[in-house]
Structure formats: C-alpha cells, structure tokens
Design a protein around this ligand. Structure first.
Ligand SMILES: Nc1ncnc2c1ncn2[C@@H]1O[C@H](COP(=O)(O)OP(=O)(O)OP(=O)(O)O)[C@@H](O)[C@H]1O
Ligand SMILES: [Mg+2]
Length: 320
C-alpha cells in the first residue's frame, strides 16, 4: 500500500476543482486504480468534463480529449494507414486514441460505427488496421461522458460497449450550499488566478504499481460468494422474490463479477485497508451493475429501472 498516500493527494487535487460530488471523485480514483474505463452520465453542466480534465492534470500521462460528434469517422479516432510517396508504401499514422488518458466527451453523440471502433481499444488495448495490430499505452483508460438518452441528438451505446465500462456513474445536482461554493470558486479563479495546479503529479510508474497493490488486496471466500450471488441475482431475481419475475431482459455478465471485485478492492485501498469488507462491495455495486442490467419491456411498462432492481437485490441478499 506504499502508493496510497499519493492517491489521497490526487483526491485533494480534484477537490480543489470540484465542489462536493465525493462519489464522482471516488469513482474517478477507482478507475485509475484498476485501469477500468468509466462512463459519467448527467444532465449538462454538472462538472463531468471539468472533473476528468482535473484528473488528467493530476497524473503525469498523455491526455487527449476527443469530442464525439455526429460526423466523426472511426479513422478519426483510431488513425489510419497513409500512403507515403517517398517509400512507396503505407505507413500507420496513429489517431488520438494512442494516448494514456482519453476523455471521450459526449460519447453518445457519435454514430454506432465510431462507438464500436472503441470496442477493441477498450477491451484489448490495441487497434487493428488492415490486419496489423498496434498496441495502446499500458496506462490506457477511457473516461467517457454522456447526457441522458432522452436528450435530442444522442445514439444509445450498444450493450457490448456498455459492458466494457467498469463503472457507470450518474451524477446528481449539487445542494444550494454547494452551488454557492461553485459560484465563489469560479470568481476566485477569474480574479485570483489559478493556484490549483499540484506540483507533484502522479507518475505512470506509481499508477502501475498501485494497480498491482490493488490486485493484491485480500478478499475472503465468503465475500467472493457474495459477489457471485449478487451478479447471479441480476440474471434471475425471481429466485429472491417471485414478484420480480420477467423484469430482466439480460442480467450482468461474468465481466461484472470481475469488475465488482476489482472496484471493491480499489475502494478498500482508498480507505487504507488491505482487505475487502462487505461495505466496499455495497458501495460500488450499483455503479458496476447499473449499465449491465437490461430491463425487460414489462419492467419498463411498470416504470421499474435497473437502479431499483439492483437496490432491491442488495437489500434482499443477506450480507456475509
Ligand atoms: N460540483 C462542481 N464543482 C465545481 N464546478 C462545477 C461543479 N458543477 C458544475 N461546475 C461548473 O459548471 C460548469 C460546467 O461544467 P462542465 O462543463 O464540466 O459540465 P459537463 O457535466 O461536462 O456538462 P455537459 O454535459 O454539458 O458537457 C463549469 O464551469 C464547472 O466548473
Ligand atoms: Mg462536458
């Protein structure tokens, strides 16, 4: 756990830019600690972009923002083979995905073919163009933002793409008190200059070492069984309660089981603990499962969403 104090510094750095939103800040740190991709969702203007840019400012790594728009082409993000007249041959020119921290801003404003160009990158950390694979950096991580689907001009992300995100975090409006602080902070930035940059940015080596430390966090068998029970219950919740029959079209995949253990381990690490407790699992479960539980039409007709099903499951399962 030798890298843990560095992450507390990174948290303080984020708190200088973001008022409140402690869950959001926590989740960003968990993403860095696990190398998991994160999808942030909220109505416009709730600091999604600001938070990711602040995070990138605290880590010594290549950062690239890609604005997803309706006219974006897959090769605009992956790069492409370009003919080089000097050699008479094709040469690969890497696109903006070849960076460590990627801000995929407003990801659901690009059409599905661009979203699926991200699939290989996110899962396999490589991009294949004309049969040749190009590896992405070790630290590669996608931090995406989106507005809720009801908003005009959005294309829903396909299920396979959603499953590749470790966490799907929804962000709520700040309290009135926090909103006043946001106002004051904004004025300070304009009138007092920017005193927020940290002198010690996290090095890529520290991030990679911390990921190994998180992978070594202990989780006992009874808690592994608890995680499996939670994920299983998203596939057949009627086994817990017969009233929950037919609510689910698809439950969470084994990728969710792995993700839940990884996210819970990172949560334990941030608390300074070398082992997982049930609270770590309960804290992150909704953000790990929300985007992987696809409700049936019957559930939608009754206005029952994934959030409600997940919290019912967590309440019904005995905590070990
Ligand atoms: N909790 C907060 N702390 C500090 N600033 C905030 C907070 N919430 C909103 N703001 C401020 O509100 C403005 C909008 O934030 P930002 O652009 O990050 O929103 P967004 O969630 O990315 O919106 P969009 O969905 O429209 O892209 C910024 O000036 C940001 O600093
Ligand atoms: Mg934004």
């Amino acid at each position: 756990m030798q890298t843990q104090p560095e992450f507390l510094k990174l948290r303080q750095h984020l708190e200088q830019y973001i008022v409140g939103q402690t869950r959001l800040i926590d989740r960003l740190l968990i993403a860095v600690l696990t190398g998991g991709h994160i999808l942030l969702e909220s109505a416009p203007g709730l600091a999604k972009t600001t938070a990711i840019k602040a995070l990138a400012g605290g880590v010594h790594a290549g950062f690239q923002r890609i604005q997803f728009t309706p006219d974006l082409m897959p090769s605009d993000i992956t790069g492409s083979d370009v003919f080089d007249p000097r050699t008479g041959d094709f040469r690969f020119v890497p696109g903006p995905l070849f960076h460590e921290i990627i801000l995929a801003d407003e990801i659901n404003r690009a059409p599905p073919k661009v979203q699926s160009a991200l699939l290989e990158a996110m899962e396999e950390h490589q991009i294949t163009i004309s049969g040749r694979s190009h590896p992405l950096p070790d630290l590669f991580i996608v931090m995406a933002t989106q507005n809720p689907l009801e908003q005009a001009g959005t294309y829903p992300l396909p299920e396979a793409q959603l499953d590749r995100f470790l966490l799907h975090v929804t962000i709520d409006y700040p309290s009135a008190e926090e909103e006043l602080q946001i106002l004051d902070r904004d004025r300070n930035l304009h009138f007092g200059g920017d005193q927020n940059s940290i002198d010690t940015r996290l090095s890529p080596e520290t991030v990679l070492l911390s990921r190994r430390e998180v992978a070594e966090i202990h989780i006992q068998d009874s808690l592994k069984q608890y995680v499996v029970a939670i994920v299983n219950a998203t596939r057949s919740p009627e086994k817990l309660n017969p009233d929950w029959q037919n609510l689910i079209a698809y439950g969470a995949s084994p990728r969710a089981t792995l993700a839940l253990v990884r996210a819970a381990s990172a949560h334990a690490y941030l608390q300074g603990r070398e082992y997982v407790i049930p609270d770590d699992i309960l804290e992150v479960a909704a953000d790990v499962l929300r985007h992987r539980v696809i409700c049936s039409y019957a559930a939608k007709a009754q206005q029952i969403g994934a959030n409600e099903i997940i919290s019912n499951i967590l309440a019904a399962l005995p905590i070990p």
